[in-house]
Design a protein around this ligand. Structure first.
Ligand code: GDP
Length: 507
């Protein structure tokens, strides 16, 4: 039996964040190929098709040919087990994207060398920063006309307020891009041998001198704290710089981190098994209410047949058929270690934010709800189904499909989402699973914030004075809804004893 401490130390669980078209898919393919998972690499692009045949679970996935769910890709490289948690590649953000980032130990930020930091990259970066997730930067498409590398490093530093340190440096640019120079190991990685006299080599020597004097050296502590990003240059499509990146992740990439809980922090290396559900994928089979709960193993070893305690309810959950994700075809694993992600089939028992243990009574914190960016009123076409709709909305909100806000003035419930695709998912699932047809109507509200205060009297006063803007979320916690940014700011100014938060940890 493998030694758990050794197994945990070789886990590298990460996600890739980028703006569409920066090269995330191409890089993923080459990462998987480097890890020997060639079979799967060829399939990354065909994900829509593959899903269609494998799990016909959601009509809108079929219709749009997109993958709404987050998948997990596991591969081995340089003695490490890499778990790459994929986030949806479509245009819309969803809470799944955000929550997936709470289940990783690091993120690779892919930047198009011609474009620099783009909107989506920045947004995803902010989420990583909230959770102090260390970021490794991969500047892609160096085989094309690109911006000056120093200028790109400056842009990262100034727009993201993040120190940068190049680990590699590009040799040649655009059509002349010939490989990378590793500043730490002082080694050239070239696609083909260059003569000593090649001007690109001299240029690298000069530039490297310059960056060495101008930029900080790689500092592990600063990287782990999320203050400094090591930067790699490359071309995913030409497979240049991809192994530099993997070597770096293997060498210093964060190992599974400790997980904060309500009573104590759990170290990944502890023997007792703990796991945290960060995502639910519903209805793999529309005829059964089957769900797959994606859980990150936070400590210890998980094996098939184990019985786990669901801390929220105290129920025992038997692990009859957990799914282990391995890239190698037909390889069946029957255990997982801290850092790994497993899929647990269930019939709606497991919820996002659930903690699973071997018996300990601890609830992990850190799987968040994000304040919705879009609020809609649900319009019910058949008034006879009002009760059914209410129940369905609660169930789907508990599963994390949308957030539900019940206005305290008794008006119709509002749903909140981070991306509009979540609304389509809600509509499709209400129809298919509950037989309830709905539409959406504009809501007068544009923003939602959870309100907190240690001063209970001040909180109660605010709630009673702002009744028309107050709602309860699915847990019954108070949420203030405002019609505009201006109104939200004004409310905050008038109630200095309250904090208005755009993130709430799931309890
Ligand atoms: P994603 O939207 O971030 O997943 O981006 P893709 O991986 O689909 O890449 C977007 C486009 O950029 C595709 O046409 C790729 O072939 C191209 N591309 C990706 N990486 C590179 C690269 O290193 N160099 C060049 N020239 N093109 C690339």
């Amino acid at each position: 039996m493998p030694d758990a401490t050794t197994e945990i130390a070789r886990r590298r669980t990460f996600a890739i964040i980028s703006h569409p078209d920066a090269g995330k898919t191409t890089l993923t393919e080459h990462l998987l190929r480097a890890g020997g998972a060639i079979q799967l690499a060829g399939n990354v692009r065909a994900k829509g098709d593959r899903r269609r045949t494998q799990s016909d679970w959601l009509k809108i996935e079929r219709d749009r040919g997109i993958s709404v769910v987050t998948s997990v890709m596991t591969f081995e490289y340089a003695g490490c087990v890499f778990n790459l948690l994929d986030t949806p590649g479509h245009e819309d953000f969803s809470e799944d994207t955000y929550r997936t980032l709470t289940a990783v130990d690091s993120a690779v930020m892919v930047i198009d060398a011609a474009k620099g930091i783009e909107a989506r990259t920045r947004k995803l970066f902010e989420i990583c920063r909230l959770r102090d997730i260390p970021i490794i930067t991969f500047i892609n498409k160096m085989d094309r006309e690109s911006r000056d590398p120093i200028e790109l490093l400056d842009e990262i530093a100034s727009t993201l307020a993040l120190d940068t340190t190049p680990v590699t440096w590009p040799v040649g640019r655009a059509a002349e891009f010939a490989g990378t120079y590793d500043l730490r190991k002082r080694a050239m990685h070239l696609t083909s041998e260059l003569p000593q006299s090649d001007p690109r080599l001299q240029a690298v020597a000069d530039e490297v001198d310059l960056v060495r004097s101008a930029l900080p050296e790689f500092d592990l502590e600063s990287f782990n704290a999320g203050h400094l990003t090591p930067v790699y240059f490359g071309s995913a499509i030409k497979d240049i710089g991809v192994s530099d990146l993997l070597d770096g992740l293997a060498e210093y990439g964060p190992v599974p981190r400790a997980q904060p809980g309500d009573k104590r922090t759990v170290e990944a290396t502890e023997a007792g098994l703990t796991a945290l559900v960060f995502k639910i994928q519903a209805n793999m089979d529309p005829n059964h209410r089957d769900r797959i709960a994606f859980a990150r193993v936070c400590s210890g070893r998980l094996t098939r047949g184990m019985r786990l305690k669901q801390v929220r309810t105290g129920k025992q959950i038997p692990l009859h058929a957990p799914q282990f994700f391995f890239a190698r075809e037909r390889e069946i694993a029957d255990e997982a270690f801290a850092g790994d992600v497993v899929g647990i089939p269930n019939h709606g028992t497991l919820r996002i934010g659930d903690t699973l243990t071997e018996g300990e009574d601890i609830q992990f914190t850190g799987v968040p709800y994000f304040a919705p960016e879009i609020l809609r009123r649900v319009r019910l076409d058949d008034a006879m189904k009002a009760k059914k709709l209410r129940q369905a909305l609660v169930e789907l909100a508990e599963e994390g499909v949308v957030q539900l806000f019940r206005p305290q003035d008794g008006s119709a419930p509002l749903v909140g989402v981070v991306g509009t695709l979540q609304l389509d998912v809600l509509q499709a699932r209400l129809g298919a699973e509950y037989g309830v047809a709905i539409g959406f109507e504009a809501s007068p509200f544009a923003l939602a914030r959870w309100i907190f205060s240690v001063d209970k009297a001040a909180l109660a006063k605010f709630i009673s004075e702002n009744r028309s803007g107050m709602a309860d979320d699915v847990d019954g916690d108070p949420v203030f809804l405002a019609t505009s940014n201006f109104m939200m700011r004004r409310a905050e100014e008038l109630a200095p004893a309250l904090t208005f938060r755009d993130i709430k940890d799931i309890r």
